[in-house]
Design a protein around this ligand. Sequence first.
Ligand code: NAI
Ligand code: MG
Length: 358
Amino acid sequence: DSKRVFKIASIPGDGIGTEITSAAIEVLQKLAFIEGKFSFEFNHFDWSSENYVKRGWYMPEDGMDQLKKNDAIYFGAVGWPNVPDHISLWGLILPIRNSLNQYVNVRPTRILRGITPPLAKCGPKDLDWVIVRENSEGEYAGHGGTTHGHSSHAVATEVSIFTRVGIERIMRFAFETAKSRPRRKLTMVTKSNAQRHGMVLWDSVFAEVAKEYPDVQWDKMLVDAMTVRMTLQPQTLDTIVATNLHADILSDLAAALSGSIGIAPSSNLDPTRQNPSMFEPIHGSAPDIAGKGIANPVGAFWSAAEMVRWLGMEEAADALMKAIENVTEAGIRTKDLHGSSDTKAVTGAVCKELESVL
Ligand code: NAI
Ligand code: MG
């Protein structure tokens, strides 16, 4: 028959990355099985910090070519106390984002059914955001160096790179995202009072692109004031666009305000679709809880749903989200959400719900 087979590269990585990736694969296989019109073929890559210590590399020479043979990439988390964090990040995840032109990172946040957010006055409908993170340059461009490293004259530079091309494409993506949502509202985050070159270019390219979208209502925030607005007036925000570093920080805050870092998904997209896009929860490897089987898999499942949506299967993605929220609503939750279930119980419950929602 004409069943579509999607090739998915899976990179579990380190710590709870491995636990939530296998949970996500179980749920995805179940989704495909019940839905019946497509299937997944997973290609597993053992690129981790443990293997880096043994082999001296995170990815082999032809790693990027191997990834390109897939329709999408599912990523757990990378980073472990046995390797400095800048080595692990620059050994695996940042080169993938850069080489595969994944210049957008989309991070939706909302209050899932049944979850009580930490803010007393925040109702379930008061927080429903999409953070659009610039994912290819800015503060994470990797420009800089160290001189006289071990002396009292040590100098280090970390240069942010902002390009017109890079800013324009992220702004256009952000406006398109805002336009596709009911409120048609975009908030642009900047720090152009103190950072007077890159951030000023960021602001001016935003203003240019804004002219193409008269039907989107927009405003601007300095990043420090943005943390206050997110906390005290969450209902005034909808789509948010920010730089690589700012959006990284704001999306952890967003996750916390919605209940837990363990819920939040992210999509690293190549909007041109010339390369596979990569889907991962926003959290890291959580060494403090790794190996205990208690990691919250909801962020991993939501990321999987976003992958399914990107692959064109809207209905299946909606069904997966419904199954996830039926489970959070039923109170089957991990400890970070004040529940008493473990990863396995939540995973089993979502698989079971899939049987009734599809
Ligand atoms: P983290 O996100 O791993 O953990 C922060 C806190 O949140 C910890 O207390 C952890 O137990 C908790 N947490 C995270 N995910 C959870 C989940 N699914 N369920 C329940 N609790 C959860 O951030 P941290 O501690 O700053 O970084 C740990 C390592 O992960 C570092 O090596 C870091 O570089 C790496 N990292 C990797 C990322 C990636 O691969 N994209 C992203 C962020 C950090
Ligand atoms: Mg982060």
